[in-house]
Write a protein that binds this ligand. Structure first.
Ligand SMILES: [Zn+2]
Length: 239
């Protein structure tokens, strides 16, 4: 089981300007509407729910959660560890058929900023057909971004971490604690928000409560409009 150790993207220096987020250094070839922290969600009152990594003990929690969200008319995004997703192509296919985007989380969950150029390229050549990358630990820099860009990936991080990976007194954080991180997030992070959680924690169990919390604030999730292709659009139509 992999425990992400850090939550902040080393290169993702965000400057809050009003309610929009400007990333420094400025994106080059990215669509102007794309925000790395939001994976293309531009709809203020809509939130993108995301699931990272893998669950070794229960791989199909990914698609069970996916079916639940589909039934709730919610479109989510999954960033699967490449080495695991390669063994379960049916899970990738099913998630997309359920209306959820699937992105790369690189192959072996390594900190890409600590690898050579050749090693970064090897980590990104994970065999998953997609154009969006969430670097492990949210860790990237200009060099990693340039390599990812050349390989056809946009980098995507998050606006609200649920800290679900963080153990409390030797146990995984409770669903109530996970929900607390959303509740206490600043409005600028909730607007067109992008929630980070993991498949191997209590986060999937927290999702029904998170949905209630988000709805209670008058926000909604990205609407599920049916199956999605491998490539993500630059702007997610969440309405
Ligand atoms: Zn991860």
């Amino acid at each position: 089981m992999r425990r992400p150790a850090i939550a902040a993207g080393a290169g993702a220096v965000a400057l809050l300007v009003g309610t929009s987020v400007v990333l420094a250094p400025a994106a080059s070839s990215y669509p102007s509407t794309h925000s790395r922290q939001r994976c293309g969600n531009t709809t203020d009152q809509r939130v993108l729910l995301t699931f990272d990594d893998w669950n070794d003990a229960d791989p199909y929690i990914a698609t069970r959660t996916g079916a639940y969200l589909e039934a709730r008319n919610i479109r989510a995004a999954y960033f699967l560890n490449g080495k695991d997703a390669a063994r379960y192509p049916d899970i990738v296919r099913t998630l997309r058929a359920q209306g959820h985007y699937v992105g790369s989380h690189a192959t072996g969950h390594r900190d890409l900023t600590k690898l050579s150029d050749a090693q970064v390229r090897a980590e990104l050549a994970d065999g998953l057909e997609t154009n969006v990358l969430r670097p492990p630990y949210g860790s990237w820099d200009d060099r990693v971004r340039a390599i990812a860009d050349a390989m056809g990936y946009r980098i995507c991080t998050w606006t609200v971490s649920t800290h679900d990976w963080d153990e409390v007194d030797g146990s995984l954080r409770s669903t109530a604690s996970i929900r607390g991180y959303w509740k206490s997030a600043p409005p600028a992070a909730k607007a067109a928000g992008n929630i980070l959680g993991h498949l191997w924690t209590n986060y999937p169990a927290a999702v029904p409560g998170l949905i209630r919390d988000v709805h209670a604030e008058g926000r909604r999730f990205c609407r599920n409009r049916g199956p999605v292709p491998a490539a993500w659009p630059a702007v997610l139509d969440c309405t």
